[in-house]
Design a binder for this molecule. Structure first.
Ligand SMILES: [Zn+2]
Length: 104
């Protein structure tokens, strides 16, 4: 006579409905500025000081466009000076992009 084996399938735990009314709770995102900041990297988990890389964003292009009509020789000024640039913040440990400071 064969012995019967019983296979027990475990059900995954049922997810309880969120009691926040359907809104997701998002952890606070650090506000990046024009200078390097000390943050906890979401990629490597280390507390690092960010490395900033300036980039021509919407503000720089818009200023250059306006300079074209106001005073043509100054059209390159917004693209070359740092006063209109956006700043990308990168992790100094793993080089992951952590955020961007945008002027517009
Ligand atoms: Zn990192």
């Amino acid at each position: 006579m064969q012995q019967q084996t019983t296979i027990v399938v475990q059900q995954p735990p049922a997810y309880t409905q969120m009691d926040t009314g359907g809104y997701m709770v998002v952890p606070p995102v650090p506000l990046f500025g024009e200078s390097p900041m000390t943050v906890v990297c979401g990629n490597c988990g280390n507390k690092v000081t960010t490395t900033i890389v300036p980039e021509n964003g919407t503000c720089a292009h818009l200023c250059a466009f306006m300079m074209y009509f106001i005073f043509l020789p100054c059209v390159c000024y917004p693209l070359c000076s740092g006063s209109c640039k956006d700043y990308n913040h990168y992790c100094s440990n793993c080089n992951a992009k952590l955020g961007t400071y945008r002027r517009m």
